[in-house]
Design a protein around this ligand. Sequence first.
Ligand SMILES: Nc1nc2c(ncn2[C@@H]2O[C@H](COP(=O)(O)OP(=O)(O)OP(=O)(O)O)[C@@H](O)[C@H]2O)c(=O)[nH]1
Length: 353
Amino acid sequence: MKSATTPMNYEPERDRRPQFWRLAMRCAQIAGTVDVIFFFLFHALGSPILAWVNVVSVAMYAGAYYALKHHRNRIAVVLIWAEVLGHAGLGIVLIGWESGFHYYLLMFIPAICVSASRKWAIYALLALWGYYTALDVLMWYIEPLQPIHQTALHIVHLFNLSVVFAMFSYLSSYYLRMVVTAQRKLREMATTDSLTGLFNRRHMTYLAEKELARFSRSGHPVGFLLLDVDHFKSINDAYGHETGDRVLGFVADVIREELRAQDLIGRWGGEEFLAILPDTDSGKAQASAERIRNAFLARDWSAITGGDADVTISIGVSELRAGEDLSAAVSRADEALYRGKTGGRNRVELETI
Ligand SMILES: Nc1nc2c(ncn2[C@@H]2O[C@H](COP(=O)(O)OP(=O)(O)OP(=O)(O)O)[C@@H](O)[C@H]2O)c(=O)[nH]1
């Protein structure tokens, strides 16, 4: 039994896998349209019973679409299952296995795997397999009840095959897009700080290590900036945590705007940021830090906080030395930052030699 604290239990069914239900709506529309075509096709091919079955089918798909639109997913699922199973069964019993109506049943396989829990997926797949093989075996022993001309049968077969082919292609590309989007989101979540949109500390460490490896091969300089918002606690205290969060977002924007595209910027802690500047020695890194500090002074912070407090930043600067690791370079930037704080804040301090 699932624990009562399982997040899934708090989530209404309609909110789970919303893309799947949107896809189901699209499929109900497509299937309804195909059944309208069937109506005319079977009239033309001389099978009036099957033609009128399609009127019922169109009504069922319209009902399923309406139910999905109003988040009555269970009703929609029952309608769609009943339509596909009934339609395929009738088609086969009336005009024969060669009609290809059984292909439609196969389209349930990916749908079941995506939409149902593991246990229900197994039951549903077994039931589907049982129905499919039972129809197949039945047609070994009985003749079609309302056979149509052989040429007409071939036309129906080709039509069904083509529809199922097109639907499978559509479903596969849709699932693929879903997986790619989910992967991108996961990667973004794993590497990005959601508040500022900058790299998070873990990813920053990973990127820094790669940069260091490059540095040790090329010998090009790498600059480090450790940036810390001054008196940030008082901003939180004066304007509230939410405004504090907004300020952090703008702090990230200022840093991003003042650095180059190839510089790596990450949120290192609460109100602390780390920037890694490839191909930049400490002198140039110090100039970049000054540019950021001045940009803070030029920014109209009252528009963000609604008060009259200015936001300033202190920055410690270091340059990677041959043979040292990330933490050594960051710790020297941290010492410089500390001097900036104790020296009155709103300052850029370079590491001591
Ligand atoms: N709004 C908000 N506040 C945060 C976040 N992360 C850390 N803080 C706050 O940042 C403040 C940092 O305070 P301190 O470490 O005392 O530093 P400070 O007030 O900036 O002072 P100095 O760094 O010495 O200039 C704390 O009040 C934290 O609660 C966050 O994500 N959002």
